[in-house]
Design a protein around this ligand. Sequence first.
Ligand SMILES: [Zn+2]
Length: 230
Amino acid sequence: MTSRLVGNLRADQIRSGVVRGPAGLFQRRARPHVFGEPAFDVELVPEEVCAARPHAIAWSAHGRMVAAAAADGVETGWLAIRSAYRSVALQAQIWDYRLNERREARRVTGLPPLPERELERQQRLWTARPGQSAHHTGFALDLALYPLGTREGRRSPAYRWLAEHARRFGFYPYLPEPWHWEYDPPGLVAQVAELRRRLTAGEPADDLLRAPDVIPVASPAERGRLPATL
Ligand SMILES: [Zn+2]
């Protein structure tokens, strides 16, 4: 029987979206087609506070999560935010840059050019198309676990802590990348809609730019579906 570890769960403990074991590790993605890019600049944390500019709601929840991790003795440097908000325009630049890099690599090694379709298919395995990245929302955070890579990242004490506790703070893993976590607790769609309504109307919205302290655990019906393979 397989005993691959995903966080502190074995892969065989997770079946068809039903999480088994104590950690409740399942994937739930911040949906760029639902949230889009922040409609107001104030939704993002100012650059001088966090250069990665996460969404203010996610930033607030991340801060509480880091405090809880520190209290549990986790080395919280691993949980620092390295990358968060990326505009569609920036992603388009990244996309073009990487595509060109791919073309050049073939040219330099003397390989014949690939049809654009095939080139883009290969590229999509590594880079989200502009408009399709969860990072457009500001709710996707790449943490400092990045340099550990996938295998070491999942084995690290910081990841194991996240696997067990992050959901309490509204964060869900993107399972292929241990550094990438997304803030999307139940009720976030309504909260963001209300935030934008108030900002449009010029009403105070400070209370909404700070998420509640503890996020209720999602019911099974609300849970995102797990990918077929981990
Ligand atoms: Zn990411």
